[in-house]
Write a protein that binds this ligand. Structure first.
Ligand SMILES: Cc1ncc(COP(=O)(O)O)c(C=O)c1O
Length: 273
C-alpha cells in the first residue's frame, strides 16, 4: 500500500497521519472515490474527479483541487508495481470541533493505492430490510458516512452473500452497498434511475453508454422476476448474480456475458493519468 496526504507521500503507509479531530474521522464529514488501477494506470480518472467534485459540492466542502489530487494519484502510482489495484481518494472537512459544526481549518486530502484481486465472474446477493433514503441530504453523494453500508454488508455476509441490496423509501430497487444493479426482463436490460437515490456509478454510466439499457424504477419484488442480474462497480466490473436471496439465477447469463465482453474490449480507452 502507498499513501499520500496533503502533498506528502508517507514513509509508512499504515502509520498515523490524520488529526484525531479530523471531521471525516469524528462525524463522517467527507467524500471519497475508489478508482480501478490496471497495469499501473488509473481507469476513468476524469469521471471519478467529476464525481468527487459533485460529492464535495453536495456536502458543502470547499472545491476540490484537481491538480493536487492528480499529484497524489501520480505519487502513489509512481514506481509501484500494480497490475491490478485500486486508488482511494478521501477528502474531508479537516480538523474541526468535536461536534457536527465545521472548523476553519483547510480540508484533508488523502490518496491511497493498494493491490486488488480479480473479481469472480459471479456472486450472490441478499436483500436487506433497511431502506435507502432517496430524499435525504446525502442521497447520490459518495460520502464517508458509510456505516449503514457496513451494517447491511455484514447482514448480507451473515446470510452467505457478498453484497446487500437496498430498496428505497418508495419500495423500488435502488442499489448495493458498493455497486449498482442491472437486470433483464423480457430481454430488456434495466437499471434504477438516479432519482431513486442510487449513486451515479462510473461503471453504471459506461455500461449505459457502451451496452445500452433502460433506466426505470420498479418495486423490488417485481425485479426479483428478472431472468438475469448483474452488479456493476469499480471493484466488480460486470459481475453476474447467481443467487438473490433464495432464488437461483443463471450467472453470468447471456446479456451479462455480452456486457462483460464489451467492457473488456473498451476498458483500455479510459486508462491513463
Ligand atoms: C453506494 C454505491 N453504489 C454504487 C457504486 C458503484 O459505483 P462505481 O461504478 O463508480 O464504482 C458504489 C461504488 O463504490 C457505491 O459505493
Amino acid at each position: 500500500m502507498r499513501a499520500w496526504i496533503d502533498g506528502n507521500l508517507l514513509s509508512d503507509a499504515s502509520g498515523p497521519a490524520v488529526s484525531v479531530a479530523d471531521h471525516g474521522l469524528t462525524v463522517g464529514d467527507g467524500v471519497f472515490e475508489a478508482i480501478k488501477v490496471v497495469e499501473g494506470l488509473p481507469f476513468a480518472l476524469d469521471r471519478h474527479l467529476a464525481r468527487l467534485a459533485r460529492s464535495a459540492s453536495g456536502l458543502g466542502l470547499p472545491d476540490v483541487d484537481d491538480d493536487a489530487v492528480r499529484r497524489g494519484v501520480g505519487a502513489v502510482l509512481e514506481s509501484h508495481d500494480l497490475p491490478l489495484g485500486r486508488i482511494r481518494i478521501t477528502y474531508t472537512g479537516g480538523p474541526a470541533p468535536l461536534g457536527s459544526g465545521r472548523g476553519d481549518h483547510p480540508p484533508t486530502l488523502i490518496v491511497v493505492a493498494s493491490a486488488m484481486d480479480e473479481p469472480p465472474l459471479s456472486t450472490t446477493v441478499a436483500t436487506v430490510p433497511w431502506p435507502r433514503n432517496e430524499r435525504g441530504a446525502l442521497a447520490g453523494l459518495k460520502t464517508t458516512s458509510y456505516a449503514e453500508n457496513v451494517v447491511a454488508l455484514a447482514e448480507a455476509q451473515r446470510r452467505g452473500a457478498t453484497e446487500a441490496i437496498f430498496a428505497n423509501l418508495a419500495g423500488h430497487l435502488c442499489e448495493g452497498t458498493g455497486s449498482n444493479v442491472f437486470y433483464v426482463v423480457d430481454g430488456e436490460l434495466r437499471t434504477p434511475t438516479l432519482d431513486g437515490g442510487c449513486l451515479a456509478g462510473v461503471t453504471r454510466a459506461l455500461i449505459l453508454d457502451w451496452v445500452g439499457g433502460v433506466e426505470v424504477d420498479e418495486p423490488i419484488a417485481a425485479v426479483a422476476q428478472a431472468s438475469e442480474v448483474f452488479l456493476a462497480s469499480t471493484t466488480r466490473d460486470v459481475q453476474g448474480v447467481s443467487r438473490w436471496d433464495a432464488r437461483e439465477l443463471p450467472a453470468p447469463g447471456p446479456v451479462t456475458r455480452d456486457a462483460l465482453a464489451t467492457w473488456r474490449r473498451r476498458e483500455p480507452e479510459l486508462l491513463g493519468l
